[in-house]
Design a protein around this ligand. Structure first.
Ligand code: 13P
Length: 255
C-alpha cells in the first residue's frame, strides 16, 4: 500500500453552525492560514452558506461542499436539496451518510447509496461517511458493520466513479465527544475499508482511494492520526470552526 498514491484531503464539516455573515468571516480567517497547503482543503457548510462560501473562497485553494443531498433531481420533497441544485450553485463536494443523518433523520445504507448515485451522476465528489456505534465496537462487530455500510453505499458505483469518492471513517462514539479513536484503531478500520474496496474493485482502485478519519480530530492529535499508513486525511467537526486549529490540521496533512 503506497500512501503517496493518494491525495490527502482535510475537510471541515461545519454541521448546523454559522450564518452566512459568520461563514464569510470564518472563511476569511481560514483562507490565509491554509493557502500553502500541500493537501486538498474543503469546507462543507450549511446550504444557506454555500453561495457566500463560494464567493468568499473564489480564487483560493479552499473547495466548498454541502452536508447532504437528496437522491431525486426535483420533486415533492419538502425541505430537501438535490444534487443538480448543488452543482448549479458551483459546489464540488457533498458529505453523504454522516452518522448524524443516520441517527437523527433515518438515513439508511440504502438511501445513502441512492444519494451517492445522485451526487456522482451530477459530477460531485462524495465524502461517504461510515462508522460503528460504541455498542457495536464493544460487541466486536465493527468490521462487519463498516464493511456492510461501505459495500451497500458503493453498490452500482463504477471503478471510474470511485475516483470521486472519499470515504470518511467516523466511529460514532468519537464524534463530538472528545474521545478520539487511537491512531491504531483508526488505521485498523481504514485499512479494513481499503481491503473491502479492493475486494469490490481491485487493489489498484483501493490503493488510490482517499480514506479520512473523523471524530474529535484536533490540532493536537492530527499528526499522529495522519501519520498512519491508511489514514489519508480528516473530516473535522468542532475544530473546523476554529481557524488556527483547522489550519494546524491542514499543516499536519501537508507534510
Ligand atoms: P468532531 O470533530 O466535532 O468530533 O466531529 C466529527 C464529525 O462528525 C465530522 O463529520
Amino acid at each position: 500500500m503506497n500512501k503517496t498514491l493518494r491525495k490527502a484531503v482535510i475537510a471541515g464539516n461545519w454541521k448546523m453552525n454559522k450564518t452566512p455573515a459568520e461563514a464569510k468571516e470564518l472563511l476569511e480567517a481560514i483562507a490565509p492560514l491554509v493557502k500553502d497547503a500541500d493537501c486538498d482543503v474543503v469546507a462543507c457548510v450549511p446550504y444557506v452558506d454555500l453561495s457566500v462560501a463560494l464567493e468568499t473562497t473564489a480564487g483560493s485553494n479552499i473547495r466548498i461542499g454541502a452536508e447532504n443531498c437528496h437522491w431525486e433531481a426535483s420533486g415533492a420533497y419538502t425541505g430537501e436539496i438535490s444534487a443538480p441544485m448543488l452543482k448549479a450553485v458551483g459546489v464540488d463536494y457533498v458529505i453523504i451518510g454522516h452518522s448524524e443523518r443516520r441517527t437523527y433523520f433515518g438515513e439508511t445504507d440504502v438511501t445513502v447509496n441512492k444519494r451517492v448515485r445522485a451526487a456522482l451522476d451530477n459530477g460531485l465528489t462524495v465524502i461517504l461517511c461510515v462508522g460503528e456505534y460504541l455498542e457495536q465496537r464493544e460487541q466486536g462487530i465493527t468490521d462487519e458493520i463498516v464493511a456492510m455500510q461501505t459495500k451497500v453505499a458503493l453498490q452500482g458505483v463504477s471503478e471510474a466513479e470511485l475516483k470521486r469518492i472519499i470515504v470518511a471513517y467516523e466511529p460514532v462514539w468519537a464524534i463530538g465527544t472528545g474521545k478520539t479513536a487511537t491512531a491504531e484503531q483508526a488505521n485498523e478500520v481504514c485499512a479494513m475499508i481499503r481491503r473491502t474496496v479492493a475486494g469490490l474493485y481491485n487493489a489498484q482502485a483501493a490503493d488510490g482511494l482517499t480514506i479520512q478519519y473523523g471524530g474529535s480530530m484536533n490540532a493536537k492529535n492530527a499528526e499522529e492520526l495522519l501519520d498512519q499508513p491508511d489514514v489519508d486525511g480528516g473530516l473535522i467537526g468542532g475544530a473546523s470552526l476554529k481557524p488556527e486549529d483547522f489550519a494546524a490540521i491542514v499543516k499536519a496533512a501537508s507534510r
